[in-house]
Design a protein around this ligand. Structure first.
Ligand code: NAD
Length: 359
């Protein structure tokens, strides 16, 4: 079987980290006898320079005809003064919307070798942390009716509306339960059902969906408690599923407890197995072109692609294990370095991980 992958390296460190991730993809292909067809396209600032638009129609077309998309990062000072809809970030929003991606998956993993990078105490981290936040991406308050109106005595008022339909909740819940099946088989659904009607529907629908997954344990948690529990006892979580706004906040909180932005991959999924995979970090113009960027977030994004778009769980595990092995040997890019470790550049880190796969 051949897998078609669209690759959008983007700007800043995007091309550097993407190059290493493609090297890892090649190594995994060799090891498991898989054939990947790679086609590159422009997105972000580089697309503005070449075509005058951050998301050229041919880029969107290529993504739509592919099985999965790997994205580096976009943006940079050069394009900061352009109007909003012509900035590199507009390309990013356009591609997410244009591909119908409704689920955002962000793993927060603390590798035992990187315990020191976390702001949490080691007695809280214990043997490492591995949480997956599944955030609904196209509904809720960010997309509900909003507006302003004048009141008689209290000045201007403004409102935003949290709206979720049964169908929207059902499809994101399914993504979470399917993901949990590939992990520790536990879903925590986060809501505010003690106050919000939309959360009460959320809780009802998730509970019904859970009946199709008797092998997965479900519990419900209020969002304020979840924010606290992530810091107090993160090991209790496997998969967290939640709305757009709660997920926006909790996924950043969960990321921070890992301690390094250069280590965090993400996936955005639509219907079926199609997905867009990208590191959580941006284009890091401050270190671009200096062989300093950590390529691990992008390499782990390729791992997520293997798992969620292609069902190649062995290949995904091979990539994750290769990253762990290299970290355990003491190799670090500068962003995750600590005393007694060996600092390597972007290319060398990529080479070491490739070697751990083929070796
Ligand atoms: P950033 O994530 O690019 O950088 C924040 C800090 O983290 C910087 O000090 C950077 O050097 C460091 N960093 C980030 N990734 C790293 C890596 N892989 N290895 C080592 N260090 C790393 O965020 P920013 O500085 O706020 O934004 C820079 C540009 O990126 C802006 O134009 C912004 O709009 C854009 N951006 C793009 C995306 C995306 O493409 N998804 C996301 C966030 C920001």
């Amino acid at each position: 079987m051949k897998y078609d992958i669209a690759v959008l390296p983007g700007d800043g460190i995007g091309p550097e980290v993407t190059e290493e991730a493609l090297g890892v993809l090649e190594a995994v292909g060799k090891k498991f006898g898989l054939e990947f067809s790679i086609k590159k396209a422009l997105l972000g600032g580089c697309a503005i320079d070449a075509t005058g638009h951050p998301l050229p129609p041919e880029t969107l077309e290529l993504c739509r005809s592919s099985s999965a998309v790997l994205l580096g990062a976009v943006g940079g000072a050069k394009w900061d003064n352009l109007p909003g809809n012509m900035r590199p970030e507009a390309g990013l929003l356009g591609i997410r919307a244009g591909l119908g991606l409704f689920a955002n998956l962000r793993p927060a993993v603390i590798y035992p070798a990187l315990k020191d990078a976390s702001p949490l105490r080691s007695d809280i981290i214990k043997d490492g942390i591995d949480i997956l936040v599944v955030r609904e991406l196209t509904g809720g308050m960010y997309f509900g009716k909003k507006g302003r109106y004048e009141t008689e005595n209290e000045g201007t008022a403004a409102f935003d509306t949290e709206v979720y339909s049964t169908q929207e909740i059902r499809r994101i819940a399914r993504v979470a339960f399917e993901a949990a099946r590939k992990r520790k088989k536990k879903v925590t659904s986060v809501d505010k059902a003690n106050v919000l009607e939309s959360s009460r529907l959320w809780r009802e629908v998730v509970t019904v969906v859970a009946k199709d997954y008797p092998d997965v344990e479900l519990n419900h948690m209020y969002v304020d408690n979840a924010a606290m529990q992530l810091i107090r006892c993160p090991e209790q979580f496997d998969v967290i599923v939640t709305s757009n706004m709660f997920g926006d906040i909790l996924s950043d909180e969960a990321s921070m407890i890992t301690g390094s932005i250069g280590m965090l991959p993400s996936a955005s999924l639509g219907d079926g197995t199609f997905g867009l995979y990208e590191p959580v970090h941006g284009s890091a113009p401050d270190i671009a072109g200096q062989d300093k960027a950590n390529p691990i977030a992008t390499i782990l994004s390729v791992g997520m692609m293997m798992k969620y778009s292609f069902g190649l769980d062995d290949a995904a595990k091979e990539i994750e294990d290769a990253v762990s092995k290299v970290l355990e040997k003491g190799y670090r890019t500068a962003d995750i370095a600590s005393e007694g470790t060996r600092i390597v550049g972007t290319k060398e880190m990529g080479r070491l991980i490739r070697e751990a796969i083929s070796g």
